[in-house]
Design a protein. Structure first.
Length: 116
């Protein structure tokens, strides 16, 4: 599968579950951590956990196994590592505070059209 496919699948799953402000950042040229970061917000701890659960299940069904998960218990910032894709699901307050988009501004913001 090509690199874009994993980000496209994850974006669609998050969009279907009503994640807010989904940002896809191509970091392949600036980091060895992953090829893509996806950063999004949930509206409550329940919504954030639902987004993480759905993403883990559907990505597994698509052949992308979860390597590591952090923050699930508190559900303020859940990190899901799929290897070439790392997904950050925040509550809105913590997302504003940590501002990962600024920290990874050397990466290229992708739009949904880029992922198709």
């Amino acid at each position: 599968m090509e690199k874009r496919t994993i980000a496209d699948i994850a974006y669609g799953i998050l969009e279907d579950k009503k994640a807010r402000d989904i940002e896809v950042i191509d970091i392949s040229e600036v980091s060895i951590l992953a090829d893509y970061f996806i950063i999004c917000s949930g509206t409550s701890t329940t919504h954030i956990k639902t987004l993480a659960d759905e993403l883990e299940q559907k990505m597994g069904e698509a052949g992308y196994n979860l390597i590591h998960k952090e923050g699930y218990q508190s559900a303020r910032w859940i990190l899901l590592d799929f290897g070439e894709l790392v997904v950050h699901i925040f509550n809105e307050e913590d997302r504003d505070f940590y501002n990962l988009e600024r920290l990874w501004s050397d990466g290229r913001i992708r739009t949904p059209d880029d992922l198709e």
